[in-house]
Each structure stands twice: as C-alpha cells, then as structure tokens.
Ligand binder design. Structure first.
Ligand SMILES: Nc1ncnc2c1ncn2[C@@H]1O[C@H](COP(=O)(O)OP(=O)(O)O)[C@@H](O)[C@H]1O
Ligand SMILES: [Mg+2]
Length: 268
C-alpha cells in the first residue's frame, strides 16, 4: 500500500459549542507522519471533540488551525481531508455485504470493479475475514464488524486514521485480539493515527505517545514510559492509576519515608 500518511498539527484549536459548553481549551498538538498518538482521559474531557476537529466534523473556534503536512485543511470539509474513521459503534451499511462495505469508498471514487475487488480481497485477508466477503454485516460478530469497519477506513488509503474508542463495545477477549491486530496494522502500514480511549492499558499498548487529557486540556504528552514513570501532575498519576505515591524527604538522591528509605532514579 502506498504510504500517503502525513503528519497532523493542531494550532490553538479550542471548541466552544453553541450552547456555551467549552469542550476544548485552545490546544496545540503535533503528530508525526507514521506516528500513533493516543488521546487518553475520562469521559467528557474533550477527546472526541479533538478527533472531530481533526476529521473536519467540527470547526475549531476562531484562531484555531488544522494542518495535514504542509496543507492548511482548517476550512476543508471531511470529504476533502481523506481521513479514515472508526467509531465505537460500527456505523456499517446494514444492507450491504462485507465486501460492499469495505469497497464502498472505492466505488464512490470510481475505482474500476476489478481493481476494487482485488483491493477488497487484500483487506479481507489482512483483517482475517477471508471468505466472508459475501456475508451480510448482521451475520457477523461484534469483533468481525469492527474488522470490517477498520478495513473500510483503510480502503481509501487515508492520510490520517482516526479511531474513537473502537474496542469499547467488545468483550475483553475480542478487545485484546483486535487491539493486537490494530497495533500490527498501524505499524506495518506506517499510518498516522489518532486513537481515542479512556482505557489506560490500551493507551500504553498502542501509543507511540500518549496525550492525557483533562477538562479540555492536554495535561501531559509523552511516551508511555514518560507518562507511566514520570507523571508531571497528580491528575496524570491518579489516572494512570498504578502509581505508588510516597511523601517523604529527598536528600542526596535518597527518599526518606516513614519506615525506610528509597534510592531515587537519576533523572527523577
Ligand atoms: N455538540 C455538543 N454540544 C454541546 N456540548 C457538547 C457537544 N459535544 C460534546 N459536548 C460536551 O463537550 C465536552 C467534551 O465532550 P467530548 O469531546 O465528547 O468528550 P470525550 O470524548 O472525552 O468523552 C463534554 O462536556 C460534552 O458534554
Ligand atoms: Mg468520546
């Protein structure tokens, strides 16, 4: 697959909805070509709004700009941004076959039937759906439907792949296996991807970097290791959850706490 991935940059993108809700403070965010950035945070912190601004489904407040590579796409509607989207609920066409769903975007783009069918076959293989092309989507399991949604999003060779809690509706076992497949795909295809989740483990597993969000702001952005070992705020430490917070006194590279002392990491 030709790699048309481009980097994404948000400059001062805030969002105030018509009813006055301030969903997003003006945020800056840069995603390199081929990178996966996970937006992680509790419900209502502005993850979906950020994703929708990147997609072109929402306009940022005045002053905000969205860039795909060197292109300012702020005023382009979604259909001219060439993004692929996968949502929590499958949003497939129920009356179409699996192959029809996957090839839909190619048909709209007038790709000829032979090339379309080749491409759909390749995606079916990639998504472990070989032999299921003629099934109706309502004959598939939840996990298979999400694989179809993913294949449909990839078929148009998007510049950016946007995923909004794509595993949340699945049971734990399916979630795990699809998460592994998504990880493999993002890496082998070199996709630029923004992945929204409220699940810390998912974020740790998938993100080249994680942006932890809180109340419409990015509380911290960094590699999973940064976020895990070096949270810069109490909110991030709490949200990542597995931290042991100790209070004591630092002296000569040693933390003294009630009952003992611990050496501190050199960069800590
Ligand atoms: N269309 C809308 N009109 C008004 N408020 C909205 C709208 N969409 C989202 N919000 C509000 O904006 C905030 C952020 O929402 P959202 O980006 O969906 O959060 P998340 O995806 O992190 O759960 C929430 O307070 C939500 O209720
Ligand atoms: Mg959301």
């Amino acid at each position: 697959m030709t790699n048309l991935a481009s980097g994404v940059r948000l400059d001062a993108c805030g969002k105030t909805f018509e009813d006055g809700t301030r969903a997003l403070e003006p945020i800056d965010l840069e995603i390199a070509a081929g990178e996966t950035v996970v937006l992680l945070g509790p419900s209502g912190c502005g993850k979906t709004t950020t994703l929708r601004i990147i997609a072109g489904l929402e306009q940022p407040d005045a002053g905000g700009r969205v860039w795909f590579g060197a292109d300012d796409v702020t005023s382009l509607p979604i259909e001219r941004r060439n993004v692929g989207m996968v949502f929590q609920s499958y949003a497939l066409f129920p009356n179409m076959s699996v192959a029809g769903n996957i090839g839909y975007g190619l048909k709209v783009r007038r790709v000829d039937p032979a090339a379309r069918s080749r491409e759909v076959g390749r995606l079916l293989d990639m998504m472990h759906l070989s032999g299921m092309g003629e099934r109706r989507v309502d004959q598939l399991s939840g996990g298979q439907r999400q694989r179809v949604a993913l294949a449909r999003a990839l078929a148009v060779r998007p510049r950016v792949l946007l995923l909004d809690e794509p595993l949340t509706a699945l049971d734990a076992k399916l979630r795990e296996s699809l998460r592994i497949d998504i990880d493999r795909l993002l890496r082998t295809l070199g996709m630029t991807a923004v992945y929204v989740t409220h699940d810390q483990a998912e974020a740790m597993a998938l993100g080249d970097r994680i942006a932890v969000m809180s109340h419409g702001r990015i509380a911290q952005i960094g590699t999973p290791q940064d976020i895990y070992y070096r949270p810069t705020t109490e909110f991030v430490a709490d949200f990542i959850g597995t931290m042991n917070r100790l209070s004591g006194q630092c002296h000569d590279g040693v933390l003294r706490v009630a009952g003992g002392s611990l050496p501190l990491p050199a960069d800590g």
